[in-house]
Design a binder for this molecule. Sequence first.
Ligand SMILES: Nc1ncnc2c1ncn2[C@@H]1O[C@H](COP(=O)(O)OP(=O)(O)O)[C@@H](O)[C@H]1O
Ligand SMILES: [Mg+2]
Length: 359
Amino acid sequence: MKLQKLILNNFKNFEHFEAGFHPQVNGFTGNNGVGKTNLLDAIYTLAMGKSYFGLTNRQLIRHGQDFYSIKAVFQRDGDTFEILLKYREGEKKSLSVNGKEYPRLSDHIGLIPVVMISPYDRDLISESGETRRRFADRLIAQYDKDYLNNLIRYTRTLRQRNTLLKYFAANGTFDAARLETYDEALARYAAVIHTKRQQFVQSLTPLLNEKYARIAGTGEQPGLTYRSTLNQIDPRELLHRNLERDRLLQYTSDGIHRDDLIFTLNGHPIKKFGSQGQQKSFLIALRLAEADMLFSRKNDAPILLFDDIFDKLDPGRVRQILDYVKHRRFGQVFITDTHPERVSQLLEALDRQAGIFEL
Ligand SMILES: Nc1ncnc2c1ncn2[C@@H]1O[C@H](COP(=O)(O)OP(=O)(O)O)[C@@H](O)[C@H]1O
Ligand SMILES: [Mg+2]
């Protein structure tokens, strides 16, 4: 997939931005705060329907305005996709492809495969399981619609079950049959999600190994462990077992919404034992593995968004990575950096033509 053209209105710090892009490499350069990362987030938001940074639609509107829009033209094998995302305060967000609005935003997920590599990836290691679940969910959803549909239904049903538990507590009542309909549905969705997450971890692990070895050498062994109570117990049984506790707490205390993904190096959690450098290498390897996985599952090269890549790696390593990207014939890369010379030197070294945008 290639991004040909991008037009922003009132998106974050941009009142208006418009540019056409090079099919292989594009660099955004400029001082801190000019909006380099925001441009990558605009591309990401259009592809995924959500900001990479988890910002709400209101937060994406330029301060003092009441709407934003992101429009882009993408191309794949001679097919053109014009995607338009619009949000006006107080209204529903709308997303359309070639002038036709999607009935559901989730229908769009997967059309534009995209991978962001950003300094904020460190949250994947340092923050709670929710961050890592989101990583897995966003990646799997891009190549598996069935996963996404089950996840959406699970989330909705979970909310309903929790509302019912609160209702029981508030009214001093209990209706086992009513709860049972939710439990039955939840267990069904959970079983699908759990199996697909297991398969996901299995397929991602060898890719992660390969990328990590490329970046950091072969001395250390990275790993992924899927932590889930459902590894030990069937989802129906789990809900049953936790019933008294859930009634007391007035929410569903365990299930696939509590799963986690543990990142390890030589079998030890990287969060506790990994050095800064090892953590950075791990995160880049993880993102490159993500890109590989998307590429093979979708048979379409994802758009790579490298934010402040030199922050993580020395120029030699960056060059090695881009060289690798080039040889894998990845679609298109967008990189940001504060130094225009560093970017143009890098691209010269790669013998690549590029579009450089000084913001
Ligand atoms: N909703 C918004 N409205 C206006 N400006 C915003 C909004 N969100 C972020 N910004 C501004 O965007 C700038 C940061 O842009 P960013 O892309 O992170 O810069 P860079 O990556 O070039 O350092 C900051 O000056 C911030 O105030
Ligand atoms: Mg930035």
